[in-house]
Design a protein around this ligand. Structure first.
Ligand code: MG
Length: 248
């Protein structure tokens, strides 16, 4: 069932989303050669708790971190740990906070030092594809319009859209209906109505869109070992167009 939020709900949810966004900004500022992913995770958790919120990823399905930190060929769900970030890595960070009874969820891929032009192209395309998806999230459109907009933009540039993981509704629960694929057919799927809140999160790869999950049951890597990037915003559908709740 798709939940529709009142304007009061949206105001409360925006605060959770703002904490999530600031946690992501903080994480991004810490992405530098020499830091471990556990150190970034620790700072993210500290920031979210200091804001009076809860890191909503921590313990979700048993996930052991407050942030998912995914380096290079890791697409999503990288577990923070002893791995040291190196010059030239691309580092996808996903952060979320639970506050006021609502969840925020957002992600971005950051460059550690100087990265290759190829990696930069992937980052730029993935970020822009998220905004293409958001532009399509107009009341009266359908979920398929979002995925189609992302997919068209990405595939025209020679990259691939991960199929196995998708965006989602978000609200009092971190993952709500509907599913929000980053691929699809215009005019298909549930209709977007004011008060719906969804997380759009293109996961884009340089090679195949196939992924595999490592034996730790979380870390999701590209099947061919090529680079992947991930950008995400939580947005609200309104009469006046999409509103990005996780825009800091
Ligand atoms: Mg998400």
């Amino acid at each position: 069932m798709i939940s529709v939020k009142s304007s009061h709900d949206l105001r409360a949810m925006k605060e959770a989303c703002q904490i999530s966004a600031q946690a992501l900004q903080l994480a991004g500022s810490l992405v530098e050669p020499g830091i471990t992913t556990a150190e970034i995770d620790h700072e993210v958790e500290k920031f979210i708790r200091k804001a009076g919120a809860k890191p909503n990823f921590l313990g979700y399905g048993g996930f052991p971190g407050s942030a998912c930190i995914s380096i290079n060929e890791v697409v999503i769900h990288g577990i923070p740990g002893k791995r040291v970030i190196r010059e030239g890595d691309i580092v996808s960070v996903d952060t979320g906070a639970f506050y006021n009874g609502f969840n925020g969820d957002n992600a971005a891929t950051f460059a550690a030092g100087t990265i290759s032009p190829e990696a930069q192209g992937l980052l730029d395309t993935t970020r822009e594809s998220l905004y293409k998806g958001i532009e399509a999230a107009q009341a009266g459109n359908r979920i398929g319009d979002i995925g189609a907009a992302v997919q068209r933009y990405v595939e025209e540039r020679g990259y691939s859209v991960v199929r196995q993981f998708v965006g989602h509704g978000v609200g009092t629960d971190l993952h709500e209906d509907p599913s929000v694929p980053n691929f699809g057919t215009p005019g298909r799927g549930p209709r977007l109505t004011p008060g719906m809140t969804i997380a759009i999160e293109p996961m884009i790869t340089m090679g195949t869109y196939e992924v595999k999950i490592l034996p730790d049951k979380w870390t999701t890597v590209t099947a061919d070992g090529k680079l992947a990037a991930h950008f995400e915003h939580t947005i609200a559908i309104t009469q006046n167009g999409p509103v990005i709740l996780t825009m800091p």
